[in-house]
Design a protein around this ligand. Structure first.
Ligand code: LLP
Length: 432
């Protein structure tokens, strides 16, 4: 029934998250409320870390893709589990550094990093910058020259792989705003150029083929393609790049329609393919990096709402309106994403009817989902939407001037606020 080990039902028939009664959490902290289970986040970090140790003999590093959920406490937790972080803006970089993540364990991304962001990244000593275009590479070289530093870079490559996922989150194909194409020789050209720059350390190659992927094949293919590129460059120039970053993208369970691969199985399968690809091409096994986001935090998160309105449209549908919506979870309006919901105050009851769960924004498309099976709903029920740990809080907005919810972290039956609920004062803070 559940998408996550963090969830259960107690003797009151209430949903529990990390051992905490969800109805009590809603009462204590108010709704809407993001709840994130620390134990689950830590367990996911450990699975990745242990897999690197097991399948790559510890020669690798896992960067948590902080775009999935970025705040101080989450970064502190992933740091304490030995992961680094992937940051994609000055704001994420600032948050990671402020949370105490060592700069050398950061990997900086972005298809249009500003000059100021590059100065900030180089100046703070980030371990790797993933270069997305030539202007950026030359700018990094110039900044380093001025600062008397050298910067390690990786090159974001479009491996030409079609991962079957939503077109908005598919990034490995040639028609993508990210990275250098292989087919056109663009990727080879930029690496050859980088090798001529004095202040650039050519670390290796990177690709990220998309997100919420449930198949192994595209990941295996991507690793082979990147090994091919390392070999090509070695054959042409004699320089063997020592690092490979395979990005993120491992899918998680939102509903029963999802059949996720276990990460350790994925890492093992890719490692086998990579080893033989390297052997065949006469290159050493590179230092391997990964950037999981969704699979670290996704299923560890639940959003709690209070049902405030029920509207029946005869022979059409029943709307159940909650006190949040697209402001705290824009994934339905963006991607028609599917979620599993249940009533936290009667979580073991049988779902009898499909309802449309609507948010409270002035947009007809502001839905959490359509055809969501729930037991008979009553006003005041606590609705729990599962698997909201990734890309909910991080993509939240203040549309309709709605304050963003608080985030509470649970652990073994205890709870604590890790992000305060926004106040009216927060809403007008920057208004003049
Ligand atoms: N590395 C890079 C370079 C990425 O662009 C991403 C995600 C990741 C790692 C992490 O991927 P993950 O393991 O989380 O799949 N807002 C969308 C997802 C966008 C993903 C963007 N890049 C959603 O809500 O589904």
């Amino acid at each position: 029934m559940f998408v996550s080990e963090a969830l259960n039902i107690n003797e009151k028939n209430h949903l529990t998250i990390g051992g905490c009664d969800a109805v009590e959490l809603a009462k204590e902290y108010g709704t809407p409320l993001y709840v994130l289970d620390e134990t689950a986040v830590r367990r996911h970090c450990r699975t990745y870390k242990e897999s690197i140790d097991k399948f790559y003999g510890g020669r690798g590093l896992v960067f948590y893709a902080s775009k999935a959920l970025c705040n101080l406490e989450v970064i502190r937790i992933v740091n304490s589990e030995g992961l680094g972080a992937d940051v994609v803006s000055d704001g994420e970089l600032y948050t990671a550094l402020k949370a105490g993540m060592p700069a050398e364990k950061l990997c900086m991304h972005g298809n249009n990093k500003t000059y100021d962001e590059l100065v900030y990244a180089v100046g703070s000593g980030v371990g790797r910058i993933v270069v997305d275009n030539k202007t950026e590479l030359d700018t990094i070289d110039a900044i380093c020259r001025e600062k008397g530093k050298k910067q390690k870079v990786l090159f974001r490559v479009k491996p030409g792989i079609d991962a079957h996922t939503h077109s908005f989150i598919m990034t490995g194909q040639i028609d993508s705003k990210f990275g250098f194409a292989l087919e056109t020789g663009e990727a080879h050209d930029i690496i050859r150029h980088a090798l001529t720059l004095d202040n650039i350390i050519v670390g290796g190659v990177h690709c990220h083929i998309g997100s919420q992927i449930h198949e192994l094949e595209p990941f295996k293919k991507a690793a082979e393609v990147l090994a091919g590129l390392i070999a090509d460059i070695k054959n042409e120039t004699g320089y063997e790049m020592a690092e490979m970053n395979l990005g993120g993208g491992y899918g998680v369970m939102y509903t029963e329609e999802d059949d996720p691969i276990e990460f350790d199985k994925y890492i093992e399968a890719v490692s086998l393919v990579l080893r033989s690809a390297c052997e065949e091409r006469g290159i050493s096994l590179p230092f391997v990096m990964m950037e999981p986001g969704r699979s670290i935090v996704g299923t560890a998160g639940v959003t709690l709402y209070t049902v405030g309105g029920i509207k029946d449209i005869p022979n059409i549908r029943r709307y159940v309106s909650v006190d949040g919506g697209m402001c705290d979870n824009p994934r339905y309006i963006l991607y028609q994403s599917k979620y599993k919901a249940l009533l936290a105050n009667k979580s073991g009851d049988i779902a009898t009817e499909p309802v449309t769960v609507a948010g409270k924004c002035c947009e007809s498309g502001d839905l959490i989902g359509e055809g969501m099976p729930l037991p008979p709903v009553e006003l005041g029920d606590t609705l729990a939407v599962l698997t909201t740990g990734a890309y909910n809080y991080s993509m939240a907005s203040n549309y309709n001037r709605i304050p963003r919810p608080a985030m509470v972290m649970t652990k073994d039956g205890t709870s604590r606020v890790i992000v305060r609920r926004e106040s009216y004062e927060d809403l007008v803070r920057n208004d003049i």
